[in-house]
Design a protein around this ligand. Structure first.
Ligand code: SF4
Length: 382
């Protein structure tokens, strides 16, 4: 394979100190070198096997992409298999009951994805006569689909020449070319998208997109890239300057907010009191026991006298702390306490909208992951 001149002076304007470039000027040979090396690795060394990789059905590709948003492939895999088995065609998903779909999604988090997915399936079924859109513009017009997902569907299903830019692609390109433009800035998105389009193998856009994402996921990993095994190692800027840990750059620091949830699990005659979350908040449409959310931690005594609990006239001594869990979401950490409270009569002040459900029937309802974990750890619920 030809090895064109990739010296920094030719590839990018020299900045002082010689560190990182802002504008990539590639000639055809340099672009081809990157693309050919990557594609050669893909056909000879890329052993990453996932069931949606050879898929051509746009519906199933779309399903896999929605499931994989903010989810690792290994975690998303069983969900993809469950969904394609339960709903092999868009019509099957579109005509399914909400409750049933949410139950299948249970444990994957980010329930907005599930809601948008259902809405989109129904839109395609009813308004588009069940036909998945065929152009990138019409794919991107679907709810819950951004630029990345649209490019993935367009290239994988139809072979259209659109380059994907996801976290893996940002990482490979920023390290290889030494670009420090923040990937979460408008300028960064524009710059990386233009570069990705330039590098795309237009004769095999699906193969190229798969190759660069797989390289990012399996070789150019966030914490410890395996540069020795990388097909791009001889010209990689980050490798040469030992800058793996500095690239890619993000401008915004993630602010993680802590929330404190106190669940009181009212148990009566082998039934649990639950209600649906309806507010504009996380876990919308999922079920939960009686909840008190407080801005700071509460002791059991403070919980018993909380304004939401006081009207229920509970006996503090019968409020048993039975579990405590931490759940990390993208922007928040949720500390959840579970209290069991056995009663003979329904407290008159229990809020409206709830219902008593037999413990044996709990598995028919969709709950947030932390609640499921608590149920599973406390076998007597089943
Ligand atoms: S050489 Fe290392 S840092 Fe550079 S692209 Fe390959 S794995 Fe990433």
């Amino acid at each position: 394979m030809d090895s064109p001149d990739f010296s920094e002076e030719k590839m990018r304007p020299v900045v002082q100190p010689v560190y990182i470039a802002r504008a990539i000027r590639m000639n055809k040979a340099q672009q081809q070198y990157f693309t050919r090396r990557l594609m050669h690795w893909h056909t000879t060394h890329n052993g990453r096997s996932l069931p949606w990789k050879e898929e051509k059905d746009p519906y199933k590709i779309w399903l896999s992409e929605i499931i994989l948003q903010q989810t690792r492939a290994q975690q998303g895999l069983p969900y993809y298999l469950k969904f394609t088995e339960a709903y092999p065609r868009v019509k099957d998903l579109a005509t399914a009951e909400d409750e049933e779909v949410f139950r299948l999604w249970q444990g994957l988090g980010y329930y907005n994805r599930c809601r948008n997915m259902l809405g989109t399936a129904r839109y395609i079924h009813h308004d588009l006569e069940g036909k998945f859109p065929r152009t990138i513009e019409s794919i991107q017009a679907l709810k819950g689909i951004g630029a990345y997902t649209a490019a993935a569907i367009a290239s994988f299903a139809y072979g259209l020449p659109h380059a994907v830019v996801d976290g893996n692609v940002y990482r490979v390109l920023s390290r290889y070319f030494g670009i420090d433009t923040p990937i979460d800035s408008t300028a960064g998105k524009k710059e990386f998208t233009a570069l990705a389009d330039q590098l795309l193998d237009k004769t095999d856009s699906a193969g190229y997109n798969q190759a660069i994402m797989d390289l990012g996921a399996t070789v150019c990993k966030p914490a410890s890239p395996d540069c020795l095994a990388c097909p791009l190692n001889d010209k990689c800027f980050a490798r040469k300057h030992e800058l793996w840990n500095d690239l890619p750059v993000k401008s915004k620091k993630l602010i993680v907010k802590k929330r404190h949830f106190y669940y009181i699990l009212f148990l009566k005659d082998n039934q649990l009191w639950i209600r649906k979350r309806t507010g504009d908040d996380i876990w919308q449409n999922l079920y939960e026991p009686f909840l008190v959310e407080h801005k700071a931690g509460l002791t059991t005594a403070e919980l018993a006298t909380h304004e939401l609990v006081k009207p229920l006239k509970l006996k503090k001594a019968d409020l048993q702390l039975s579990g405590r869990l931490f759940q990390r979401l993208t922007h928040r950490v949720i500390e959840t306490h579970f209290y069991l409270y056995r009663i003979k009569n329904t407290p008159a002040a229990l809020p409206t909208g709830g219902k008593w459900v037999s413990l044996k029937e709990l598995n028919k309802y969709a709950f947030p992951k932390s609640i499921i974990s608590f149920f599973e750890k406390n076998a007597y619920f089943y």
